[in-house]
Design a protein around this ligand. Sequence first.
Ligand SMILES: CC(C)(COP(=O)(O)OP(=O)(O)OC[C@H]1O[C@@H](n2cnc3c(N)ncnc32)[C@H](O)[C@@H]1OP(=O)(O)O)[C@@H](O)C(=O)NCCC(=O)NCCS
Length: 213
Amino acid sequence: MIIKEAQESDLRRIAECHISAFPKSLSSALGIRYVTKMLGWYLSSDQTFLFFLEEEKLVKGYCGGMIRMAAGAGSASSMAQFSFDQAVRSFLVRPWLVLHTEVRAKYFFIVRNLWTRLKRLVNSDSEITSTNTFVFEPYVALVVIGVKADDHSKGLGSILLKEFERRTVILGLKKMLLTVLTANERALKSYLRNGWVVSKVEGKSTSMEKRLN
Ligand SMILES: CC(C)(COP(=O)(O)OP(=O)(O)OC[C@H]1O[C@@H](n2cnc3c(N)ncnc32)[C@H](O)[C@@H]1OP(=O)(O)O)[C@@H](O)C(=O)NCCC(=O)NCCS
């Protein structure tokens, strides 16, 4: 089993792993093209990264993160803007997905991103800027982690979490954050086992963090 930095040519194989790890998610329902495009977001800037576990050419698991040195738009909005055109195409061929539970739960998020897109079409210079003035502590956000369904509970998630932590240390940062659905017991258990602690439970989401010394 080796850990590899994702390249453009790996994205489709990683997308297959994503669909196996998240079979019921909206992204998986939107299809392999959409997931491949969405994963491309991690390769689109030097503030994001994506790595994966490979065994005999098979992608067993993957993990993506975002380095946050300043306050600003979150990863979800940035990713939605990046994969917007492919999302529209994928919805057009699967119109029933507008009734998907994730769409209904994220109605406000979707409208906000449509609005951002419209503003960008009208004014190409329009950028999301932050006016926050509070003291910001840089951190690395764990945006996604997934292990192929057949390989759950074999310790692969822990390997990915350790690699994520190793990268945070190399970056010289001391704080890692993630958000998980409170109902996702397997993921929560894995994070707790790997030293993450719950910082907030809000609605259906649990925020967790791990500080490094
Ligand atoms: C969340 C997820 C990434 C965790 O990965 P995982 O490989 O199942 O998690 P872990 O590495 O913590 O697995 C530990 C289990 O493997 C076992 N194990 C076997 N060998 C091990 C080893 N060498 N090291 C550690 N654990 C090992 C442990 O005993 C433990 O078993 P248990 O769950 O019965 O207690 C994975 O379950 C997944 O992809 N879920 C679907 C996608 C998802 O929900 N992602 C998170 C969204 S926030």
